[in-house]
Design a protein around this ligand. Structure first.
Ligand SMILES: NC(=O)c1ccc[n+]([C@@H]2O[C@H](COP(=O)([O-])OP(=O)(O)OC[C@H]3O[C@@H](n4cnc5c(N)ncnc54)[C@H](O)[C@@H]3O)[C@@H](O)[C@H]2O)c1
Length: 293
């Protein structure tokens, strides 16, 4: 019988994912799938997993062949090594995804290695460029727009012919609750909102080619990107939603598995917040919950 994974205690360190996955029947929901995950590199100097990294690892554990794409060779290799150690099948493709030639090359490398492509995860992003329109740096604005919007656009442009050729396909955009709630995050919020628009637009454009396009909006997740402020911020994160637990990259990666799998074959154009209910209640209601404890 399949061992039940206690996902209330997901692994927080690279050593524990090996422990966590040993002897566990994860299911093989993505068997035969060929996936590209952008920005899936491992952050150096931390035991925390990034969302792209966790998606790449979980996809591989679910039987997909995974292309780990990142601007950093070191980061991409680290994720591939972890997948290799877990018995998965991964390649790396290194390039600056904001650059059209690099982007096209990364997609082609993936297709050449796997003989096609079934799933694209547009995960790459920078969380900078925030702030007041009066003072924000236009260079930072342009950089965030390039990485968070132009890169997914280019990867989608180069991937779609292969997804069409595969006969069915899935594109998953990783947005943020910053797309639908004020954060003061400037370019980040703008880019993540635009990704929602593109999700609906692409779902419309590619639906009749049997390509599904969906979007996940992660909430306040404890990742290298969100790892600032120590214990005070961690406690605030635990209290930001309706559930009492702090979200980890794995909590975003599991819904990504569903949206990439055939289990969601009739799901397209969807925006899924994965945020412990942060955006489903008012700030007032959540404050009430916290004061009751
Ligand atoms: N961590 C959170 O709390 C949180 C919350 C909401 C949404 N998100 C979203 O989740 C997604 C995943 O974040 P993450 O945790 O994987 O972030 P991360 O910072 O761990 O990973 C981003 C990766 O992208 C790579 N990268 C940056 N610029 C690149 C470029 N031009 N070309 C290729 N690769 C490039 C980096 O090297 C890095 O490895 C992002 O879209 C982010 O906006 C994260």
């Amino acid at each position: 019988m399949a061992m039940v994974i206690d996902r209330s205690q997901p692994p927080a360190a690279t050593t524990s994912i090996k422990e966590w996955s040993r002897g566990v029947d994860h299911g093989r929901r993505l068997l035969g799938k060929r996936a590209l995950v952008s920005g899936a590199g491992t952050s150096p100097g931390t035991e925390l997993f990034g969302i792209g990294e966790a998606i790449a690892i979980l996809f591989a554990l679910q039987g997909a062949r995974v292309s780990v794409v990142d601007i950093s060779r070191e980061r991409a290799d680290a994720t591939k090594q972890l997948i290799d150690e877990l018995g998965g099948d991964a390649i790396t493709a290194v390039g600056d995804l904001t650059d059209e030639a690099d982007n096209a090359r990364c997609v082609e490398m993936t297709v050449d290695a796997f003989g096609g492509l079934d799933t694209l995860v547009n995960n790459v992003a920078l969380s900078q460029g925030g702030g007041n329109p009066a003072t924000l740096s236009l260079d930072a604005w342009d950089q965030v727009m390039n990485v968070n919007l132009r890169a997914p656009l280019l990867t989608t442009r180069h991937s779609v012919p292969h997804l069409v050729a595969a006969g069915s396909g899935s594109i998953l955009n990783i947005s943020s609750i910053a797309a639908i709630r004020g954060f003061g995050s400037g370019a980040y919020a703008a880019s993540k909102s635009a990704l929602l628009g593109l999700t609906r637009d692409w779902a419309y454009l590619f639906g009749r080619d049997s390509i599904r396009v969906n979007c996940i909006l992660p909430g306040h997740v404890f990742t290298p990107m969100g790892d600032q402020g120590g214990e005070v911020i961690r406690e605030r994160r635990r209290r930001a939603g309706l559930l009492p637990t702090e979200g980890l990259a794995w909590d975003v990666a599991w819904p990504a598995v569903f949206l990439a799998s055939e289990e969601s074959r009739w799901v397209t154009g969807v925006e899924l917040p994965v945020d412990a209910g942060t955006t489903s209640a008012t700030a007032w209601a959540i404050q009430n919950l916290n004061e009751r404890r």
